[in-house]
Design a protein around this ligand. Structure first.
Ligand code: CO
Length: 143
């Protein structure tokens, strides 16, 4: 089993993903809190529209389905609006994922796939992390 890297500060939170029906309506409370909108993006492969809100060194990622049969659309139907996933930032997602699988993690993605803005992402099964869907994200460039 590959050793756990020496990380006294753990892994930084990259973002929280929140499943919502309507981006504009869902962004309002965050705007009142003072989180500026960073950008909107459509991810057709995932059937989702994304609105990123700045929260210091991290982000809130609002996710609204662009079609009903998308993963976020199904989540909304079964669970309703709310916290969808927690994303941790990693430097080397390929190595991290291999180490986690080696350590017994249940990965949804056996290999990283393309995320937004040139990032690479991989999801770990909520059944492994006691109900939390965890996303690993390796950003394309420093931000
Ligand atoms: Co995410």
């Amino acid at each position: 089993m590959s050793p756990l890297p020496d990380r006294p500060f753990g892994l930084p939170i990259d973002h929280f993903g929140v499943a919502v029906h309507d981006l504009d309506a869902a962004a309002t409370p965050w705007a009142v809190l003072g989180l500026p909108v960073a950008e909107d993006e459509e991810v057709p492969e995932q059937g989702v529209r994304v609105r990123l809100l700045r929260a210091g060194d991290a982000w809130i990622e609002l996710l609204a389905p662009s079609r009903d049969d998308s993963p976020v659309g199904r989540f909304l139907r079964t669970r309703g609006e709310g916290l969808h996933h927690v994303a941790l930032r990693v430097d080397d997602i390929e190595a991290e994922l291999a180490r986690l699988i080696d350590a017994g993690a249940r990965a949804i993605d056996a290999h990283p796939r393309r995320g937004r803005a040139g990032s690479q992402v991989a999801f770990l099964h909520p059944g492994w992390a006691h109900g939390v869907l965890i996303e690993l994200v390796q950003p394309a460039a420093p931000r």
